[in-house]
Design a protein around this ligand. Structure first.
Ligand SMILES: [Zn+2]
Ligand SMILES: [Zn+2]
Length: 494
């Protein structure tokens, strides 16, 4: 409707790979005046689309997070697809949340904004409850297809030692392959093994620049840091005692790929994760091949969890549902519930009914149990109660002050000074100051990291506190030695 009125529509997507399918849909429906804006385009392409958009020559612009700032003179509608996705939160340099910027932009222009999601963020549920947002429900799946049947595989009983595929999942896979149906397997960890340890002396390879263990990658074989890209040769023997007794834990997609290929050598298998995505054009190639039925199994990280529509997929396997649960983040449960529900939604989108097998060691965890039962209401009620009790959003606003620097003592001193100043400031009485404490990763790329968490009921006083903190940090002896960043509504907070 916006298009008929001569208005432009901005569609934000969390992942560029997802944008491709959407752009094709829009082109088919609305003709050719659909443009894409994202960082994987060549500079020339991006400039051309940006220019077309600003002249009003594009009716629909589809883009990732940063497209929220696109110049659109006749903007009449903003759609935020999969609004709950953390990908909308930019956490480096200029920190903003693409969804929230979209809402503000729409407010200022007086135009509608539609936030789409099968599993909305808790914050969005709260905004509906407060009457800030209106809820438009789509109670039925497209074409009234039945929801897939979800089953839990209790890995404490079913797993053969160290194997990623339980017997029930193996059986289900074999059956689908025999019937020439497609399968998606989900494992939200890339690389081969996240954890290596010597069984003889306990040695663990760690990154020399970060406070984290190295992940084993194969083809090419190396130990890699997922935070700073440090890489070193990975031998078969312990570097401390020389014993060839290394144990590997925390299996990732590369190891899953090998295990599946060994179990089903005739199956055509494709893997999709950020390591594969580094190769230009590879993501759309793999997705297109899978859509054409040229692969039987698509194995991937959360890149494959989002709104893809592959009608021939009748089985979805979640290899390790516990990965998402144990992130040290107050949103871990919410994320786990959303991911499982999203992944499950990939099954049975065609004529054949779908089945979802969720492998887990904690089948009774509220997020997993609720996802299996499809009990959104129950999950939300419980999660909201816990957030209220613990004092987390959406009941309070939070901000993180992040300190980083080469010299640990200077970082500690700067953080302590800021915390003291905030606590002493009578104008900031409504702000709870927690910390300073080491960040979850206390050292990354050789930088020591501390943080202070601020909680307040109102955003205005939180912003005042953040501003004050930056002033205090500027007044320390060597302000340049410690970088201080204020992040309002941060993600990844313990
Ligand atoms: Zn050893
Ligand atoms: Zn590192």
């Amino acid at each position: 409707a916006a298009r008929e009125a001569g208005h432009q529509t901005l569609v934000l997507v969390p992942e560029v790979a997802l944008g491709g399918q959407l752009v094709d849909d829009f082109r088919r429906r609305f003709g050719a005046r659909v443009g894409v804006l994202h960082s994987y385009l060549s500079v020339g392409e991006r400039r051309r689309n940006w220019e077309l958009a600003s002249r009003g020559a594009l009716d629909v612009v589809v883009g990732a997070r940063s497209a929220v700032f696109a110049p659109l003179p006749k903007l009449g509608l903003i759609v935020v697809d999969e609004e709950h996705e953390p990908a909308y939160k930019q956490s480096t340099q200029l920190r903003y949340h693409g969804r929230d910027v979209a809402v503000r932009r729409a407010q200022m222009l007086g135009i509608p904004v539609v936030l789409g999601s099968a599993t909305p963020a808790l914050e969005s549920h709260a905004n509906v409850a407060r009457g800030k947002y209106a809820r438009l429900a789509l109670p039925l799946r497209v074409d009234r297809r039945a929801m897939p049947a979800l089953h839990v595989v209790d890995l404490r009983r079913e797993a053969a030692a160290g194997a990623l595929l339980s017997r029930p999942l193996r059986d289900a896979l074999r059956q689908r392959l025999e019937r020439r149906e497609q399968v998606m397997l989900f494992l939200n960890r890339r690389g081969h093994s996240h954890y290596t340890q010597c069984s003889a002396c306990g040695w663990v390879p760690e990154c020399p620049h970060c406070d984290i263990t190295l992940t084993l990658h194969v083809a090419p074989r190396a130990w890699r840091c997922h935070y700073c890209d440090h890489a070193e040769a990975a031998g078969d023997a312990c570097r401390q005692c020389g014993a060839a007794l290394l144990r590997f834990g925390g299996a990732g997609t590369q190891r899953a790929e090998r295990e599946i290929a060994a179990a089903f050598p005739a199956a055509r298998l494709e893997r999709l994760d950020t390591d594969v995505a580094r190769e230009r054009g590879r993501v759309s190639e793999i997705l297109a091949a899978f859509a054409r039925g040229e692969a039987d199994i698509l194995l991937g990280t959360q890149m494959i969890a989002k709104g893809f529509d592959f009608p021939r997929v009748t089985l979805v396997g979640v290899l390790d549902a516990d990965v998402a649960l144990h992130l040290p983040d107050f949103r871990a449960s919410e994320r786990a519930y959303q991911l499982l529900t999203q992944v499950a939604g990939r099954a049975g989108r065609g004529r054949e009914p779908g089945e979802v097998l969720i492998q887990t060691c904690t089948p009774d965890h509220p997020a997993i149990a609720a996802a299996v039962r499809g009990d959104e209401r129950g999950f939300l009620a419980r999660e909201l109660e816990e957030r209220e009790e613990a004092g987390y959003p959406p009941f309070v606003r939070i901000a993180a002050l992040l300190f980083a620097g080469k010299e640990e003592a200077q970082v500690d001193e700067s953080a302590a000074r800021v915390a003291d100043a905030l606590r002493a400031d009578a104008a900031l009485a409504g702000v709870a100051v927690l910390g300073p404490a080491p960040q979850m990763l206390s050292r990354v790329r050789g930088q020591h990291r501390r943080h202070i968490l601020l909680k307040a009921e109102r955003a205005a006083v939180l912003r005042a506190a953040a501003t004050r903190a930056l002033e205090v940090a500027e007044q320390t002896k060597r302000p340049r030695a410690v970088r201080v960043v204020a992040d309002i509504d941060p993600y990844e907070v313990v």
